[in-house]
Design a protein around this ligand. Sequence first.
Ligand SMILES: [Zn+2]
Length: 385
Amino acid sequence: MSAAGRHPGRAYGPGFQTAGAAVEFEVSGFGLRVVTADAPDGTPRWSEITVRKGGFNDAQVMLEWQGRAGSYALVVSDAAAVAALRAQLAQSAPEKARLRGTGHLGADARTRRWSHLMVWATLLPIVLPIVLLVLLLAEHDRIAAWAVSHVPVAQERKLGEAVFAQAKARLRLVDGPPQAMVREIGARLTRGSPYAYEFHVAEDATVNAFAMPGGFIVVHTGLLALAGSAEEVAGVLAHEVQHVERRHSLKAMVKSAGLMVTVSLLFGDLGGLVSVGQDLIGLKFSRDHESEADAEGLKMLVAAGIRPQGMRDFFRRMSEQEKLDLGWLSSHPASETRFAAMDAALKAMPAAAVDAPALPYDYAAIKAALPAATKPAPPPREHTK
Ligand SMILES: [Zn+2]
């Protein structure tokens, strides 16, 4: 409880703590008396006092005066104290009671700006990391894309080497005519590329092919067994090569690795990505990346003088296989859309592009050279997963 006529406030200035000191004050017709200060500086007259409103919603009143030892300020926040102060001012110093519209307005606004600035200066170190984190989360894709686009080819190659070294431990890579054909077609497609490609064949009955960053491409024997021509294999290779050329593989890895890897990538560290590479087959490309690889892959085939129809034909084969495997699905809209897009792109191509000579491979002989264990998987009788 404060004594009658005494009000709580916070005083700043010589003799008070830097952070301000809780004090009691009295107001009278003469002026102000800071009860708890014994210096004569604590008893200024109204004529010596500047009155300002302050705080975020002007709920505070600031009294400032010049004492002998320096500048003093008393901040009054307590609502009853503010009311008492206003009442006293109205009586003793009416020109100071009208805090607005008396020429103090400019000073009020300045004070307000200052107090806002001070609050921000205090909060910035706390708020900034949160703002950056929120920005990073909201803009993760864009920031990741930016970071990915700044990775040098040589560094991407090193990442690819590390990922491929891990993958190799689980893959059964095979040599022989199928591997030679894949390597030759791959070299023909990628002539002039900044990437040094490596094309491999892995013994695995599943119909699959995948591209690692830096130019490591692996085709399963199951895919070669399903394909009907060297041109169809070339179509798959062109699609996979585009995933490398356009850094889809790197982007997919960054996306699946998450925020921390993006942050380390911003600092030029690709180390975090190597572990993600272990799950390459689980990597998902976006639909945009798939259609981009389709469209650019077709162009790449034409540029290499290879009949581009092979890509479409293999894709039709895949869709038919999918329909058999996924009998419960009446259609597969994503596949159908991609097939239609490829077909339309082929129809728009000049006759010379689609009439390229056949590749010089006896594909039946290539298939015969596949490891005996590789057989196209029979369509399952019922869907199990
Ligand atoms: Zn793809």
